[in-house]
Design a protein around this ligand. Structure first.
Ligand SMILES: NC(=O)c1ccc[n+]([C@@H]2O[C@H](COP(=O)([O-])OP(=O)(O)OC[C@H]3O[C@@H](n4cnc5c(N)ncnc54)[C@H](OP(=O)(O)O)[C@@H]3O)[C@@H](O)[C@H]2O)c1
Length: 206
């Protein structure tokens, strides 16, 4: 498939690129900072601004799917921001213009109404980011696109790419999983055209 990856040099984005290359896809890495992306053959790197639809439109025609893993830098994660929603708005506008219809996008498990101190603490800690993610989800859901929203828990670096996926809920006991597993879920979803128009809670496989 011809895949267009937004946020390609982030922690989730680099795992998407790596797995997509291993699976033999043609990849466009759309990034604002190409110098951060390790050189890789079979990846076309395009510099652009994911908050501007014109910037995306210039590079998007001809792709089969968009995978998006935008997030604020750590120092900005606890402040009010509209970054993720702004990028989603630009992405869906660009998709409408170019006729690309498949979108897989990363959100977060904090949006599930899980009970208990653990979730209450993280919801409080990330309340500004959660508001941005909720706005992003609402933009994505209001389109006629074939979207999939992934809501993973806390992410860690690991070579494990296994996952559990549950529509509209967090898999039981899900607290953390790897960036690579989120990438595997997103790639599976676009390859198999599964989880269309679904919000999917993710967890580690065991
Ligand atoms: N990390 C976790 O534990 C976790 C858990 C659950 C859900 N999530 C969700 O997963 C998503 C991705 O997380 P991540 O940890 O993979 O993120 P990350 O490593 O911080 O990467 C974020 C990506 O967004 C890009 N970006 C940030 N600000 C930008 C801006 N102003 N303009 C253009 N691009 C910008 C970055 O590009 P540059 O490199 O150019 O800055 C990078 O490619 C987030 O939305 C987060 O809510 C993360």
């Amino acid at each position: 498939m011809r895949l267009f990856v937004i946020g390609a040099n982030g922690r989730t984005g680099t795992e998407i690129i790596d797995l997509a290359r291993m699976r033999g896809h043609e990849i466009t890495a759309f990034v604002r900072s190409p110098q951060k992306l390790a050189a890789a053959t079979s990846v076309r790197v395009v510099q652009g601004d994911p908050r501007r639809s014109e910037s995306i439109v210039a590079a998007l025609p001809g792709h089969d799917a968009v995978l998006s893993a935008i997030g604020p830098p750590p120092r900005e994660a606890f402040r009010p921001s509209t970054l993720v929603a702004d990028c989603a708005r630009a992405t869906v506008e660009a998709m409408a213009v170019t006729g690309v219809t498949r979108l897989a996008i990363v959100s977060a498990a904090i949006l599930f109404p899980e009970k208990g101190l653990y979730f209450a603490f993280f919801r409080w800690l990330t309340k500004h980011h959660a508001r941005d993610l909720l706005a992003m989800e609402s933009i994505v859901k209001s389109t006629g696109l074939a979207w999939t929203i992934a809501r993973p828990p806390r992410l860690t670096k690991s070579a494990d790419a296994s996952f559990r996926a549950l529509r509209d809920g967090l898999p039981p006991g899900s607290r953390a999983m790897s960036f690579r597993s989120v990438a595997a879920f997103m790639l599976d979803a676009v390859e198999l055209r599964s989880h269309v128009a679904e919000i999917v809670g993710l967890g580690a496989a065991s």
